[in-house]
Design a protein around this ligand. Sequence first.
Ligand code: AMP
Length: 415
Amino acid sequence: MINIPKGTYDILPKDSYKWHKLKENISNIARKYNLKEIVTPMFEHTELFVRGAGNSSDVVNKEMYTFIDKGERSLTLKPESTASVARSFIENGLFNESMPIKFYYISPCFRYEKPQKGRYRQHTQFGLEIYGSNHVLSEVETFLIAKDFFNSLGIDITIVINNLGCEDCRTKYKEKLKDYVESHLPDMCPDCHRRYETNPLRMLDCKSNECKAILKDAPRINDCLCDECNDYFNKIVKYLDALNIKYKIDNSLVRGFDYYTNIVFEFYDGDSTRSQSALGGGGRYNHLVEELGGKPTPVIGFGLGLERILLYLEDLGKTFEDDENVDCYVASITDNVEYVLNLVKDLRKNDISCDYDIVGRGLKAQFKYADKIKAKYVITVGDNEIESNTLIVKNMLNGTQEQVNANDIVNYLKG
Ligand code: AMP
C-alpha cells in the first residue's frame, strides 16, 4: 500500500463540513470588510521567495519544496503567499487601481518541517494583504478583521505586538545587538552565526536554549526607536485600547520572514502567551513590492493557520453543526424505475437534496442506508403509492410517518 506523505493529511468526507464552515466564515468576513479574493498558483519561481521572504529566514533556507522542472527552471511550492500576492500585484498592474486594496486568500503552504500536532508539511492559510496604506488605521483594520474572524468561531484573541521600527531604527538596533552578541558568539548555534552576518534580528527568534539564554538580556529594539516610529506605535495602541482589543507588547517578537518592517504581531487565544503556538501572525512589509521590482507600496497583512484553528476549536470542545446531510432519501420497491427517477429529478430541481438506491437493494437495506447517511426524510415508493399518487414520508429525526399527496411533496419537504 502507498501511504500519504509524512506531514500531510486527508480531509475525509465526515470532516469536510468543518472546512466549509470555516470558508463560509471567511466569505462573510470578506463581504463585511470589502476584501477581494486573490488566487495565485501553487508554485512560483524559486527566486520570488528568496528575494521576497528572504534567505535568512528558516522557511526559505531549510524548508522549501524546490524542484527543477522539465524546462530546467527552479520552481518552489509556495511556502507562504505574501510574496506571490506581491508578484501578482506588480505583474498585473494592480497598482493602477484605486488604493487601498484589501486582498484575501485561502491557500495551501508547503514547508519541509518536522511534523507534529498543528505543524504540517502542507497547511492552509487564510491571509489578508492591505495594499496602499501607511496609515495606522490599516493596522487597526487588520486587527478588527482578525478579531471578527476569530470571534465568529468563538475564539477570544490576544494580539502580541512589537514595533521593529523603520530602516534607521533597525540599523541602529542591529549594531547594538551585534555588539552585545559578539562576545557570546562562540557559544551560539551555527544558525545564529549566519544570522549574525545576514540578519541579526532573526537571532531573537532562535529556538536553541543556549542562544535563548544569551539573548534574554540582549538590548531591546524599543531603545532605538525614533520619535516617528514611537508615535505610530502609540497611536495603534491607543486605538486598540479604545476598541477594547486585547494585546500584549513583546519586544522580542521578530517573526520568521525578512520582509517585515515596523509592526509585527501574532494572534494567541485569550490569555495565553507565546509559550503556546500562534494561531496566526503577520506584520507590515513596506519594502517588499519595491524589492520585487514594483513601485514602493506599503502593505500590511496576516496569515492564519486554519488547521491550527480547527485543532484549537476541537481542544475547546467547540463543534460546528454538520448541516450537510441529504434532505431526503427515496426508498423504492417498484419496477417503475422511471417514476422514481422523475421524482428524484423533481425534488432536486426544487433544490431539495436527495439520494436514492443505485445498487438495487431491498427496502430494509435502503432504510438502513438512509439512516447511515443521516437523511432527514425517507420517501417510500411502491406500486400502491404510485397508483394512489400518495407517498409515505418518514421523518427520520422523530420517527413519525405521514402520507403525502405526490403533488404536494415539494411543499411538504420544504415546509
Ligand atoms: P507564517 O506564515 O509563518 O507567519 O505562519 C502563519 C500561521 O500559519 C501560523 O501562525 C500558524 O498558525 C500557521 N502555520 C505556519 N506553519 C505551519 C505549519 N507547518 N503547519 C500548520 N500551520 C502552520
